[in-house]
Design a protein around this ligand. Structure first.
Ligand code: ACO
Length: 212
């Protein structure tokens, strides 16, 4: 997706994360990891007001495109929803045009939003378990760039940063494309749908370390 402005000043690296402070940060071990990641992880790219408006446009338009792609009547991801969330994190991939004099040529490729949700999940004996797993809430790669590996890059960065195994995730209403994606890349099959529209996979309760 293209924008009228350069994405470079908001997203100096190709893969970044944004939380409720609306301050893009470099993902540890990100795509351009030739620079010491520790430094970049702590280096906040503080945005001036016009850059913050531009960030809002990126998040709002990408969120709307994701909702359209999933056939949802409600948009799940906007800057305002991120700002007022408890713990949501958006992983976002951009691609900058090599010629910096070309306006509007940078591309936002896609994003993945995750957060911890308090959920009741059924175990194999039918018991309700209150857990707070890392949950996949919204995931979108622009139509022109799907099946190019960008979804995998976003997902791997999330798994590494959140220190979570794919089998321990809860997924909010996965689409057919996401179900296929999870089977292909992470071997997740035979989803177990829950009353709350979330889906978990066999092994969800095995070797959990965190929260719960
Ligand atoms: N049809 C079926 N499977 C697909 C499709 C498609 N059009 N596109 C991607 N996939 C799955 C397949 O398993 C594919 O492997 P294959 O090409 O060998 O069949 C695999 O994803 C490709 O992996 P990546 O290239 O890393 O994934 P991609 O960059 O396409 O991102 C994503 C995957 C985010 C699901 C993307 O297809 C997309 O944006 N889809 C539309 C929006 C959507 O459905 N989002 C998930 C909503 S549910 C939620 O967010 C909780």
């Amino acid at each position: 997706m293209n924008f009228q402005f350069s994405l470079d000043s908001i997203f100096p690296e190709d893969l970044m994360i944004i939380g409720r402070d609306l301050t893009p940060k470099v993902v540890d071990g990100s795509l351009n990891s030739s620079t010491p990641s520790e430094y970049y992880y702590k280096h906040f790219c503080r945005l001036d007001p016009s850059s913050k408006m531009a960030l809002g446009e990126v998040l709002d338009r990408m969120g709307a495109a994701s909702a359209r792609a999933q056939g949802l009547s409600q948009v799940i991801t906007t800057m305002e929803k991120l700002r007022t969330s408890e713990n949501h994190i958006v992983y976002i991939i951009t691609r900058k045009h090599p010629d910096r004099s070309v306006d509007g040529a940078d591309i936002c490729v896609g994003f993945l939003k995750v957060g911890r949700k308090r959920l009741f999940i059924l175990d194999s004996s039918g018991g309700q378990n209150e857990v707070m797993p890392v949950s996949v809430l919204d995931f979108y790669v622009h139509e022109s760039l799907q099946r190019h590996g960008y979804g995998r890059q976003l997902f791997d960065a999330m798994l590494q940063t959140e220190r979570v195994e794919p089998v321990h995730l809860a997924i909010d209403r996965p689409s057919d494309k996401l179900t296929s994606f999870l089977a292909k890349h992470y071997g997740l099959r035979q989803p177990c749908p829950q009353m709350n529209n979330f889906v978990v996979y066999p092994g969800f309760f095995s070797d959990r370390e965190e929260d719960e």
